[in-house]
Design a protein around this ligand. Sequence first.
Ligand code: HAM
Length: 428
Amino acid sequence: MEFFLKIQAINGFKDILPDSVGRWQLIEQRARAIFERFGLQEIRMPILERTELFVRSIGSATDVVEKEMYTFADKGITMRPEATASIMRAFIEHGLHVQQPVQRLYTIGPMFRHERPQKGRLRQFHQLDAEIIGAVEPRVDAELIAMGQMLLDELGLTVSLELNSLGCPQCRPPFKAALVAYLEQVITGLCEDCKRRTHTNPLRVLDCKKPTCRALVQEAPSILAALCPECDHHFREVQGALEALQIPFRLNRFMVRGLDYYTRTTFEFLTADLGAQAAVGAGGRYDGLIETLGGPALSGIGFAMGLERIALLMEQQQDQPRIGASMDIFLAALGSEALAPCSLLAHSLRKDGVKTAIDYSGRSLKAQLKQAGRVNARFTLIVGDEEWTQRQGILRNMRTQEQQPFALAGTPAEQSHQLRYLLETAAS
Ligand code: HAM
């Protein structure tokens, strides 16, 4: 016997099925609306970039660059693991700052990281990414964070906001040295990863989720106590601006983020409802990044939110908004005579912007009404051969089950206008 093995999607790569797409569209629409309220413009970049772009921006000693990138080594290119580096590349390449010194940009799209898949953690995942480039003022940090908070609020999600400052090239090196000196004293108690990180990327040790490492770093020196006067001032101003906007936050000196480009303000929107994958969104300032990539000495701040994580949180909510496809009208053609005029009417209705479903199978009225229910049609127009002979259909309101005659007079376009008018007046 001949049989074929099913081909399945790759582990960590997920289909977004029609049932869920409504939720995704809702999230994307809200995000676009809010980003545009804050003056952000959309930018779209390619998925493949030169590997060097990510090595130089994210940092060669980060988990993302060390082990998570999908790289075509022979071609020197990589599938983007995040959007910030690509946006900066495009910003520099097209000299966007020349047209407009402060650029406010957003993008929505897939990112790729070879992580161990679990709930809320995919290998292909999607980010809503927002960046404000060319502004140094602490109020901008607060404004951007407030925008993220507004989006999560409007989506009905409860998150907590954590804030930290990672200092700058003046104050971070002495802090790093003090941290390494401390970590060397406790190194035998650290996990294998942190033992290695002590010398490659010591700040990441502060962020380790293992309880033993967490306990050991409690006594480590604090970055917040080591900030230079400028960074300290900036951070206080950010906190003051957030307080004025009534955005609650908690300081977390252990939050360091997994990407090396950050300076000063960093933040995460956390949830308790996604198990280990606690961050719904995260971001921060990257004041040296554009220069590192060969661009002008401009600062920037941004965040990215995980669409899968937002969608999961919304799914878990009790009173979810009703989403899903619904049709304005279902055309039930019940005989061979009625089918041709009904298909012309369906085409005219669709041209007129009416969401129209039609069944060409000639099934029984009962079967077609069932189908109308499945596609969530508000109305069904029933046209049997006899109704067509008399040019008289039956319009059924699917919610109230009320029926009324509908005259199939004139051309399909005229019938369509008439029907659209009836549907609109019924809705109001
Ligand atoms: P990130 O913290 O690496 O930052 O990612 C931001 C968000 O993307 C996370 O909070 C999470 O919601 C989502 N995310 C990350 N990895 C995965 C994954 N494997 N599966 C599902 N969701 C994931 C960045 O990417 C920075 N570029 C953010 C930024 C923009 N900073 C400044 N501007």
